[in-house]
Design a protein around this ligand. Sequence first.
Ligand code: PSU
Ligand code: MN
Length: 310
Amino acid sequence: MRPQTPIPIDVSDEIQVALGLGGPVVALESSVITHGLPYPANLDAARRMDQAVRAAGAVPAVVALVEGRVRVGLTEEDLAHLAVRGVVKVARRDLAVAIARSASGGTTVSATLAVAHALGVRVQATGGIGGVHIGAGRTWDVSADLDELSRRPLILVCSGAKAICDAGATLEALESRGVTVAGYRTARFPLFYVADSGFTTPWTVEGAAEVAAISRAKERLGDTSALLVANPPPPAWALDAEAVSEAVGRAIARADAEGIRGGDLTPYLLNEVDRLTGGRAVEANLALLESNAALAAEIAVALTEERLPA
Ligand code: PSU
Ligand code: MN
């Protein structure tokens, strides 16, 4: 048998130390930086998430591909390289290709979950997960995020699914996959910039300690699926459900007419929705990313506190 070459992964010293000590670490995806937000709002998002995690006492761990190496913890130089240059969007299926081709790219929720799990990181934050797209009955467009959530026992803090998804179908798909879903201080499933998708969450949690306790119980059960914590967007930034739904409808019609499909569709739709909402979607996106990063850090800290003797 040929000797195995190690996976090309670089974990920053700060994150290695935190993981070694069992300290609080929050994994962050980078596809929101490379594909989800326009420049320079993407850099702003990266900084705000980093600061929010640190302010709550945890260590941020942004995952990305830099010239074929999995990078965990980005330098300013990596960030500048990813934020400005055209790089690839790396879902879990694309990780191997990006490594083999020495490519740089932003990892989606699915690829980030895979890396975070391998490293033993227990909490991750994002804006909104990819879900079952509107019209998936015809297109079969269901994000790889969902299947990945079914096999990675992390806590994922998000504002529900992205507004371009069918909330009801996404909740059903999460249920089928055994993903535990809880609304954070709400019984309504958020839809990214929208606080209430019109669907209820199966459970409501009131604080970080409760989230940590559920995660602990899942671990004891040998439950390998994720715990999705659905945190609504900060009220001051939330957008009106009707307005967003109308913009999404128009964006989908345009994408259809232009033949946009596959991995390109989500970035296209997000950009269109932002244009149609006069830039309010990006502002809301930044605010909810920051708030989700802060909550994820609070949960990561609660997980470490649970392990201390009473
Ligand atoms: N959340 C955002 N913006 C984004 C995404 C999430 O606020 O761009 C990204 C995430 O990386 C998510 C991906 O995993 O979009 C889903 O893409 P798709 O629908 O192609 O699976
Ligand atoms: Mn898709």
